[in-house]
Design a protein around this ligand. Structure first.
Ligand code: ATP
Ligand code: MG
Length: 578
């Protein structure tokens, strides 16, 4: 494409609301533009990258036996009621009424629609397995859309759904998708990691996320030294540093003491001259799915230095969403004291203790009287717990759950998620088949998502420098960016256009900067747009029979004889693509 015929409008300054480099750069390059909160137009260059990534996704999925279809964006309420998710999804589902006063929503995900689709066709074990996918727009009414396409309300997702006769074959389908996803992200040219992920109420070891590693990633990943264990912190087990039975310490008598103005664990640790790790903190949460109707308070005990993992608590309590923390007044009503002076002794609500506290003896907790604490507290003797369970966030330096050294911390952007679902949706929606003996059986399912728009931005979050984006060849809007320095010089433009035509004919797509602009302006834009290879064709070079090529990633510059340039670029291209 020639710049003059295309639609490229670059900006000098970053938009005020862009916080991370990829968002700033994509807006500056005119590749995305915000229409409203979390809703963007993909400009022509962006759409090329998106389409290239979609092509990779389609090729790999089709190789794995998946078939493409396209489902509606607008769904009737009745379908979502079958699984109870019309209510369960809460406000993430954008709901509205049509002119007949019927309830509809915008598709946030498509388990209901696809299960409805296949239950009408799949009759027998002979129809299984099947794996269907689509690449389509999703809408989720995210509370806080941010970072451009990273967390949009409207975004492009590839979603796939597998249908199998039994769990064994469903796990085979899951593994096939795992392999396909690895190939997809390898071909994308991204540095990615696969981690164990939260599988919510279904449980088991059957949900993994694919993350593109980047410092600004919203997800926290923990990986063992040799990489054999990797998990999202949300589900990473926290391994105890002490054996519960190891301490020989005598139990001492309870002693209440004044702690005026000491509100935080840090205050208390300073005042008592002990480390935060040796204090026990008490947190209050609601174990209810509808806390506004019924509070159901529970207390959580953690070491002062540890943090609660809300996903572990959510799964322990069997909640739909992360549990709500009680406010100060609610804590006072439940315990008799405001936060900062609360503890487990005398509470009459369920108490859950993190495993990290189990080995402690004679510790300090709040006295449930404002500005008072008690020392020499011991569980079993002074209060009873409902359960001792892993509830804290694992952290860098913790022992790896597979016993291989310590955990290391990374930040990641979740770009894919694969999930073995079992029969949750098929059971609720009556998706069955007849087995070999003519007996009705429920279909086993899996679901598999890739955030297409998020992935493309994530690649830039991982690959950029102070001057602009650095596209990997696989999804660069154009492979080669040709800058003509003297577009009016016939000799120069003759060389440039001959190369442009030859490369395009070879399937190496070129962007030709044919503007009547100063070289500095052209180079700045070329760096910002970040195509993998820049070719500069100028009057002086052409006089000497040469053009210059610059690799965007390495900055390496080479002068190449005009007679060799086509061959050189074709060879370079051959090394770029998988
Ligand atoms: P997140 O935890 O980031 O909210 P999720 O776990 O809810 O995502 P899934 O339901 O697993 O998302 O969706 C599959 C994929 O779709 C995700 O792995 C992610 O790449 C992408 N995705 C999800 N939500 C968004 C969003 N708001 N904007 C862009 N992409 C998204
Ligand atoms: Mg997910």
């Amino acid at each position: 494409m020639k710049w003059s015929e295309g639609y490229i409008y670059t900006l000098k300054d970053s938009p005020a609301d862009a916080e991370i480099p990829s968002h700033k750069l994509l807006v500056r390059a005119g590749m995305i533009r915000k229409l409203g909160q979390g809703v963007h137009t993909y400009g022509p260059l962006m759409l090329r990258s998106i389409r290239k990534f979609e092509k990779i996704v389609r090729e790999e999925l089709e190789k794995s036996g998946c078939v493409e279809l396209l489902m509606p964006l607008v769904h009737p309420k009745e379908l979502w009621d079958e699984t109870g998710r019309w209510d369960k999804m809460g406000k993430a589902l954008l709901k509205f009424k049509n002119r007949l006063n019927q309830d509809w929503c915008l598709g946030a995900t498509h388990e209901e629609v696809i299960t409805d689709f296949i239950r009408k066709d799949i009759k027998s074990y002979r129809d299984l397995p099947k794996n269907l996918f689509q690449v389509a727009t999703k809408y989720r009414d995210e509370i806080r859309p941010r970072f451009g396409l990273m967390r949009g309300r409207e975004f492009i997702m590839k979603d796939a759904y597998s249908f199998d006769a039994d769990p064994e074959s469903a796990l085979d389908s899951y593994k096939k998708m795992h392999t396909a996803y690895c190939r997809i992200f390898e071909r994308l040219g991204a540095n990615f990691r696969v981690v164990k992920a939260d599988s919510g109420s279904i449980g088991g070891d059957t949900s993994e996320e694919f993350h593109i590693l980047a410092d600004s990633g919203e997800d926290h990943l923990l990986v063992s030294e040799d990489g054999s264990f990797a998990a999202n912190v949300e589900i990473c087990p926290a391994i105890d540093f002490e054996d519960a039975s190891s301490s020989q310490e005598e139990l001492k008598s309870l002693e209440e003491f004044d702690t005026p103005g000491l509100k935080t664990i840090a205050d208390l640790a300073n005042s008592l001259k002990i480390s935060e790790k040796d204090l026990v903190k008490t947190l209050f949460y609601s174990a209810s799915n509808e806390p506004e109707k019924e509070l159901k308070p529970v207390a959580i005990l953690l070491r002062g230095s540890d943090e609660l993992n809300p996903i572990k608590l959510k799964n322990l309590l069997g909640l739909n969403d992360e549990p709500l923390m009680l406010n100060d007044q609610e804590v006072k009503n439940v315990s008799g004291a405001f936060p900062g002076s609360c503890g487990p002794v005398g509470l009459n609500i369920p108490i859950y203790m993190d495993t990290g506290v189990a080995s402690m003896k004679n510790y300090v907790v709040g006295a449930n009287k404002d500005n008072k604490h008690i020392r020499n507290v011991n569980h079993d003797r002074d209060y009873k717990v409902e359960k001792i369970v892993d509830l804290r966030l694992a952290k860098e330096g913790d022992k790896s759950p597979d016993g291989k050294g310590q955990l290391k911390s990374y930040r990641g952007i979740e770009v894919g998620h694969i999930f073995y679902l079992g029969q949750v949706y098929s059971k609720a929606m009556g998706a069955t088949y007849l087995d070999k003996n003519g007996k009705s059986q429920t279909i086993e399912m899996g679901c598999y998502g890739i955030g297409i728009s998020r992935s493309v931005q994530a690649v830039i979050e991982q690959n950029h420098d102070k001057d602009g984006m650095i596209w990997p060849a696989a999804i660069a809007p154009y492979a080669v960016h040709i800058c003509i320095l003297d577009p009016k010089d016939e000799k120069v433009s003759g060389v440039a256009y001959s190369l442009y035509n030859d490369l395009n004919a070879q399937g190496i797509d070129c962007l030709m900067d044919d503007r009547d602009e100063r070289p500095g302006v052209k180079f700045k834009d070329a760096d910002l747009l970040g195509m993998p290879l820049r070719v500069t064709v100028g009057g002086r070079g052409v006089e000497n029979g040469e053009v210059e090529i610059v690799e965007r990633k390495t900055g390496e510059k080479r002068s190449i004889a005009i007679s060799d340039i086509k061959k050189t670029i074709i060879e370079w291209w051959g090394q770029q693509t998988l």
